[in-house]
Write a protein that binds this ligand. Structure first.
Ligand code: LLP
Length: 401
């Protein structure tokens, strides 16, 4: 998005502010769809957790995506946004049986990743088909926290337990209708996706009544200029051939499913924050902003890189800064960053703030969560108001002892 557009939005709505470019989301969706256009039945389930604002979900619906949801609340949001139950896949980890039951009663597609719940579910709802999540036993992803397909990860059923899954299928009379995996997030190499896919193909072969294979999400996007990103076109062309051959051998045209979060929305987002203070010491020049890890936690939690620019003064000489937040513990957004000369009052823009940015925000330090704006064809739409003191106090009960 143009700096001038972002500045005028910061002036109109105040900071801190999340701004999403709907056209970027649309073009990413089109790119992904085209990459897999050689498959008869492709479904793209947007990973809701990445950006769950209801207006973004409605945009996804209008594009034709389905949803991947990890909690019953995400399912409810999806339904409210207009998705039909059959367009929602519920892919939880370690939830209670009651939550699975709720999802079943709402009619959404169910994905289960452990044997006890599979057995309990099949016993109670033998008529509802279920997808099982397989652990691909592959270590991949941008960092340890988001590498979740390794053999010690809590996710998925190990491949050596597939025979037990089949026993449960037989004994309960339920039907396993899909196999699923998600190896991790920020995975660059096509080879890793292909290696993981082979694990899933061998799992899939062992089930006789599948409707789909779900390869999860995890495509890496660029975080800065000249940064590398997953070549989805290359992956698409290889996996398409492999998948079509698999279907031939399997004797049925299955659907192929992907669950991208970052790929669809990461680059669409800019997070705008105002500089409160420039503080110079013998060692460091700090730019202190009116935000903290309560608003964007990825740099502190994962060491994630978010490119920071001074959109108020983009042509000034560059200087070295540590960009820090106002939270009562270390919250460094960027260390030793070369940024155009920053003055108090300038607006800084953080890129790649579309995925896992607002959705991971909190009220730590009793701060308000930011407003969110969506821009489409030059028009801006406020899609979430900034919180107020009422939101902070909401649900609190005052007790005087
Ligand atoms: N499917 C499943 C089952 C997942 O668990 C995830 C993400 C996705 C799909 C989407 O992955 P993506 O395409 O967005 O990489 N908060 C972290 C990312 C956590 C991802 C968790 N699962 C971050 O900010 O990097």
């Amino acid at each position: 998005m143009e700096n001038t557009t972002l500045i005028s939005l910061a002036e109109k709505y105040g900071c801190p502010l999340y701004v999403y470019d709907a056209e970027k989301i649309i073009s990413q969706y089109e790119r992904l769809k085209n990459a897999f256009s050689g498959v008869k039945s492709l479904k793209i389930n947007f990973a809701t957790k990445a950006l769950s604002n209801i207006s973004i979900l409605k945009l996804m619906k209008s594009l034709g995506t389905n949803l991947d949801c990890v909690s019953i609340q995400e399912v409810q949001l999806g339904l409210k946004a207009g998705f039909a139950p059959k367009e929602i896949s519920y892919t939880p980890s370690g939830v209670s049986f009651e939550e699975l039951e709720k999802a079943a009663n709402l009619g959404v597609k169910i994905n289960i990743d452990n044997l006890p719940m599979l057995e309990a579910f099949g016993t109670k709802f033998p008529e509802i088909p279920v997808c099982v999540r397989i652990n691909p036993n592959i270590t991949a992803g941008g960092n340890q926290k988001i590498s979740i397909g390794h053999k010690k990860a809590k996710f998925g059923i190990p491949t050596n337990q597939i025979s037990l899954v089949k026993d449960i299928e037989k004994n309960t009379g339920m039907r396993i209708n899909g196999v699923h995996m998600h190896t991790g997030s920020d995975i660059l190499e096509v080879a890793v996706f292909l290696e993981a896919a082979e694990v899933l193909f061998s799992a899939a072969k062992q089930f006789k009544n599948l409707d789909f294979i779900d390869f999860g999400g995890g495509f890496k996007v660029a975080y800065k200029k000249n940064d590398s990103a997953t070549n989805v076109e290359e992956f698409g062309s290889i996996i398409t051939k492999r998948f079509n051959n698999f279907c031939k051998d399997y004797g049925k045209d299955l659907s192929i499913i992907f669950e991208p979060g970052k790929f669809l929305v990461s680059e669409s987002g800019n997070f705008l924050a105002k500089v409160n203070v420039i503080k110079e010491t013998e060692f460091v020049t700090f730019a202190g902003i009116d935000a903290g890890f309560n608003h964007l936690i990825r740099p502190m939690y994962y060491g994630a890189y978010h490119h920071i620019t001074n959109i108020s003064n983009p042509n000034a000489k560059e200087k070295k800064y540590n960009v820090v937040g106002y939270i009562c513990e270390t919250d460094t957004f960027g260390e030793d960053r070369m940024i155009n000369d920053i003055k108090a009052g300038d607006i800084l823009s953080f890129q790649n703030a579309g995925a896992y940015a607002f959705t991971m925000a909190s009220n730590y330090n009793s701060r308000f969560r930011p407003a969110e704006v969506m821009v489409y064809k030059g028009k801006d739409y406020l899609i979430r108001e900034r919180e107020t003191m009422e939101d902070i106090l909401n649900k609190q009960i005052e007790v005087d002892l």
